[in-house]
Ligand binder design. Structure first.
Ligand SMILES: Cc1cc2nc3c(=O)[nH]c(=O)nc-3n(C[C@H](O)[C@H](O)[C@H](O)COP(=O)(O)OP(=O)(O)OC[C@H]3O[C@@H](n4cnc5c(N)ncnc54)[C@H](O)[C@@H]3O)c2cc1C
Length: 387
């Protein structure tokens, strides 16, 4: 990984710099904040000032002018240091990308500088209770009322609503209420009348909470619509592919944190005559995990490269594969790390047990393991669709 043939010296420098920042906070800071239900704002603010949160956004709006490859490095290194900031997946990666690519000049001016330096945050809402994985079934509807829109519907599992300035919601217009999804994206400030949200109690040790959202005839100006209401799925996937790549980075950071903790422990913990890391029963599964993490990271880099180069179609397949591989590698790595520490694997002091549920997120969201296997079976292998 340290060779410039695999990763440019600029990207390696970014990796080191983000790691240096995040290690000053570390897992003890992150988990204490999460358990207290407090925000990790100190780290967010500092990362924003240093330009890490908006590294992918255009320079004319205060961003770093780089791509999802760089933003995924930021998230991976934050996670490796024990601080996986979930909102990076949502605010700069999905919302920032969609607005930068499809927003009006006014939407860019209004939102991108704040998303780039972290002073403003945006959540993203597509999931609905009845539709679940089948986004073609979403029923959040935007009706025209004079020059305004009236948005109504219900969303679930929306991350970070309580600390977001606005949410980018995926709905459908009244002209396209049924059938294959023709998504329409709306920026909805959180304080808009008719917008309510309630936290969902989750077994996750993260600073970001998930919410049910109720939209009851939320009145929005015409310019709340992002881009073209006929741009359809292309515009949506401009945000969903970065989401998948960033979820891979989220999983890989956690996996690396767990493996580092386990290896450090296994080097020194001695209960017979040699450190436990000398026993192949522990060393081999850790080595397998290290290989799986590295392979998943290569796939993530391929996906980010394709996305940043503008090949949305090829990026879609690679992003799905990267998200799958990273999710699996992370679940196995954290499980093996817990096993390596024995009883200490389940203590709060070592912070590994909290990662068990965090890594499960990478198997379920934003698209489940099974839906990725469906996609690969159908699109990569050409097998018939079963659903
Ligand atoms: C921590 C967390 C944060 C989240 N944050 C956000 C957010 O910020 N914004 C947002 O919009 N959403 C968010 N989500 C929602 C997430 O994207 C969904 O949970 C996910 O898409 C799965 O939908 P579902 O939970 O309704 O599961 P379901 O669709 O009900 O699926 C349940 C199970 O059935 C399987 N299944 C479904 N269909 C098929 C099929 N055809 N073939 C095989 N198996 C199938 C699935 O793989 C899964 O295992 C978040 C979820 C979590 C857990």
């Amino acid at each position: 990984m340290s060779s410039p043939l695999v990763e440019s010296t600029e990207r390696q420098a970014l990796r080191r710099a983000v790691g240096d920042l995040a290690r000053r906070y570390g897992p003890a800071y992150f988990q204490a904040k999460a358990r207290a239900g407090e925000a990790t704002d100190e780290l967010w603010v500092e990362a924003g000032k240093l330009g890490y949160l908006g590294v992918n956004l255009p320079t004319e709006y205060g961003g770093g002018g780089a791509g999802i490859a760089e933003l995924s490095i930021v998230l991976e290194e934050l996670g490796t240091a024990g601080c996986p900031l979930l909102m990076l997946i949502v605010s700069p990666a999905i919302c920032g990308t969609v607005i930068a690519r499809f927003g009006t000049a006014e939407q860019k001016r209004q939102w991108l500088p704040g998303l780039a330096d972290g002073t403003r945050r945006m959540a993203f809402g597509i999931t609905e209770p009845e539709a679940g994985s089948n986004s073609h079934r979403i029923t959040t509807i935007a009706r025209r009322d004079g020059g305004d829109w009236l948005l109504s519907g219900r969303k679930v599992f929306i991350s970070g609503v309580d600390r977001a300035d606005a949410v980018l919601f995926v709905g459908r217009t009244e002209d396209a209420t049924t059938g294959k999804l023709k998504p329409a994206l709306f920026i909805v400030p959180r304080d808009t009348p008719g917008f309510e949200y309630r936290p969902i109690p989750m077994e996750l040790v993260t600073a970001e909470r998930q919410f049910q959202v109720f939209l009851d005839d939320v009145r929005l100006p015409a310019d709340a619509l992002v881009g073209d209401e006929n741009a359809g799925l292309l515009q949506l996937f401009a945000g969903l592919n970065p989401e998948r790549i960033m979820t891979a980075a989220f999983s890989l950071g956690i996996a690396r944190q767990a493996l580092n903790t386990a290896v450090e422990y296994a080097r020194t913990r001695t209960v017979w005559d040699t450190p436990i890391g000398a026993h192949q029963g522990l060393a081999h599964p850790l080595a397998q995990c290290a290989i799986e993490v590295e392979l998943a990271r290569l796939m993530m880099q391929k996906a980010a490269h394709l996305y940043d180069a503008g090949d949305d179609l090829a990026a879609g397949e690679a992003a799905n594969m990267a998200k799958y591989a990273a999710g699996e590698a992370a679940c196995r790595s954290v499980d093996q790390a817990v096993q390596t520490l024995g009883g200490n694997g389940l203590t709060q002091e070592y912070g590994l047990a909290a990662l068990l549920t965090a890594t499960r997120v990478g198997r379920v969201a934003p698209v489940s393991r099974e839906m990725i296997l469906n996609y690969v079976a159908q699109h990569t292998l050409g097998l018939p669709r079963s659903y």
